[in-house]
Ligand binder design. Structure first.
Ligand code: FES
Length: 589
């Protein structure tokens, strides 16, 4: 028997744990009383999970433990009961082989914790690149009322009076170091100057892009994406989110009510208008897949043609996230592009996107441009297809060199990232600025985990000649903070026998961004001969056990979001499943 009825006749999900006057209810209540909570604190109240990806090994999320206290304050003031729990955390800097390898693992962690715990709603605390999509993927599958609070961007870096963006400018100066135009000690002194405050990378990289996207999807309270991690208003935002999720539980609004095809179109428009990260394409497809929404790659090109780039942020533009916040944040961007959006989409405020941005203003028209005078007339990303990428590839042309947008050149091929590392600076490497650097072996299976290795470094000898960009092609991803004429996500990847596996040094390749083409100019008979010589890849990617083996067996290619095949699709509404042993009370250790 449950005794925790709501006034509207609905029974809280948490009541199935805390509401019964039997051994089960006794033990569940005792688990909170043991921590000093009275029954009055939690009984009959919406229990709000706070899924926290805080970790000292994820520097972008290191301040989330503090932020969780502010979410709790909001939950309590709204009459709810907060229950914080940790999730695994994926930091870009430390995690090997790559954070992307573990994105789906984190999503499974989040989904099963939401499903298994006595909570009625959840606040997701995320920040670094993969943590936001992983958490939203898990929450979309679990489908209880959810709000996302990111840790916000870092403050602008400052080095010798120059404003720097992480990590766009570390890459730019790395090229200068290799070219010999700055010293090692100068480069070293930049480390603390660029990463000087809590939060994620503050250019329009993957973390900032995903923050803007979740706000556009309606999964974050308005204004949440751009508040710097060090600004006290982020704490206020966290508190407001804690209050808001209690309201979401009362209204019964779930991610499945918010994550509609129209909302994903809005999110794609934001990605394009922001000149955002190529990684967001993969993450959006994966999130949509969990929500039961099909998002073909072609949709990105369809919407690109009518979506101008209006956010003037690095790496494609000039400013940083702190500037965007002062200019009015993501709300200002949405307001300026409102004619392109589905404004009726429901959001976590319980109101529509249009209602949320009705009073939004822009305070700096050079940071957020108008759709009539944009940075570029069409979106910042282009999906390519052709004989080298039958299932697609992507280029962030807003951050590329205009003169290379149509280019044919000889391939200079590297078999994998290690081969590249060993040979790229070899003085005997035969390469000119008109060649095309090609790297294999870095896709979802081959990486494994599709490392952000697609920003192939230019050969030192060409850097010394003043060359700063070349066409580069791989099946890898690239950090959203990087730039250059870089073709990524070539699919099928080389490790599963895509045409990329057949490319040899000296082959002619044509990139045509306007025509959306990427072609290998080698005749079919020759390619058939080369295919017969391909070496079979190791079974299960060489993994003999554990997560790696499961990963290798179930990972999908980039155009399918790199999700596991068994996780794609809507799941039934969550109910509290009582395994037989648990229901019988045999769970006390
Ligand atoms: Fe975390 Fe860049 S390293 S967002």
């Amino acid at each position: 028997m449950l005794e925790t009825d709501r006034t509207d006749g609905r029974i809280l999900r948490s009541a199935e744990w805390f509401g019964s006057r039997d051994l089960e209810g006794f033990l569940h209540r005792a688990g909170l009383k043991n921590q000093g909570w009275s029954e009055e604190s939690f009984s009959g109240r919406p229990v709000i999970g706070i899924a926290n990806s805080w970790s000292e090994a994820t520097h972008c999320n290191a301040h989330l433990r503090d932020l969780a206290e502010h979410v709790k304050r909001g939950v309590l003031t709204a009459g709810g009961f907060p229950l914080e729990f940790p999730t695994i955390s994926l930091g870009e800097f430390f995690l090997s082989p790559t954070s992307m390898f573990c994105r789906n693992l984190m999503s499974m962690d989040v989904e099963e914790m939401i499903r298994g715990l006595p909570i009625d709603g959840v606040v997701l605390l995320s920040g670094c690149d993969k943590t936001t999509p992983a958490m939203l993927m898990g929450a979309a599958s679990a489908d209880i009322p959810t709000i996302i609070v990111t840790g916000g961007p870092q403050l602008k870096g400052n080095w010798k009076g120059e404003e720097l963006g992480s990590c766009t400018d570390c890459r730019r100066y790395w090229a200068e170091l290799r070219a010999g135009t700055i010293t090692q000690s100068e480069y070293d002194s930049m480390e603390a100057a660029i990463y000087r405050s809590p939060g994620h990378c503050m250019v329009m990289g993957t973390a900032s892009t995903m923050g803007a996207i979740v706000e556009t999807l309606g999964m974050t309270l308005p204004g949440g994406a751009a508040i710097p991690g060090a600004d006290s208003r982020r704490k206020v935002h966290a508190e407001e989110s804690g209050r808001a999720v209690v309201g979401l539980v009362e209204k019964g609004i779930r991610p499945s009510d918010i994550l509609t095809p129209e909302a994903f179109d809005n999110a794609i428009r934001m990605l394009l208008a922001a000149g955002g990260s190529t990684n967001a394409i993969i993450h959006l497809i994966a999130i949509a897949g969990r929500a039961g929404v099909e998002l073909p790659l072609e949709r990105f090109n369809d919407l690109s043609e009518s979506t101008p780039v209006i956010v003037n942020l690095k790496p494609g533009g000039k400013y940083l996230m702190e500037d965007l916040y002062y200019a009015g944040g993501v709300e200002a961007v949405l307001k300026k592009m409102s004619g392109l959006l589905n404004l009726d989409c429901l959001t976590v405020t319980g109101d529509s996107l249009g209602d949320n941005i009705a009073d939004a203003e822009c305070h700096n028209d050079d940071v957020v441009l108008s759709v009539d005078a944009p940075l570029a007339k069409e979106g910042g990303l282009t999906i390519l297809k052709g004989s080298l990428a039958p299932d697609g590839a992507v280029i962030k042309h807003i951050a590329a060199s205009p003169e290379l947008m149509k280019h044919t050149g000889h391939a200079v091929v590297f078999e994998n990232p290690l081969d590249l590392k060993n040979r790229i600076d070899d003085p005997d490497l035969e390469v000119t600025k008109d060649d095309i650097l090609v790297m294999k072996g870095a896709g979802p299976v081959g990486g494994p985990g599709m490392p952000e290795a697609g920003f192939l470094p230019l050969p030192k000898k060409l850097l010394a000649q003043g060359v700063r960009d070349m066409v580069r092609i791989s099946d890898a991803r690239m950090s959203g903070t990087a730039f250059g004429t870089v073709v990524l996500h070539v699919s099928p990847e080389s490790m599963v026998g895509g045409p990329l596996a057949l490319v040899q040094t000296g082959d002619m390749i044509t990139l045509d961004v306007e025509g959306h083409r990427l072609d290998l100019n080698v005749d079919a008979a020759e390619l058939d001969r080369r295919r017969a010589d391909l070496i079979e890849p190791a079974v299960d990617g060489g993994f003999v056990r554990g997560y790696g083996k499961m990963y290798s067996q179930h990972i999908t290619q980039a155009q399918d979001g790199c999700d596991f095949d068994f996780l794609i699709g809507r799941t039934p509404v969550v109910t509290h499943v009582e395994p037989a042993a648990h229901a019988a009370g045999f769970h006390t250790g």
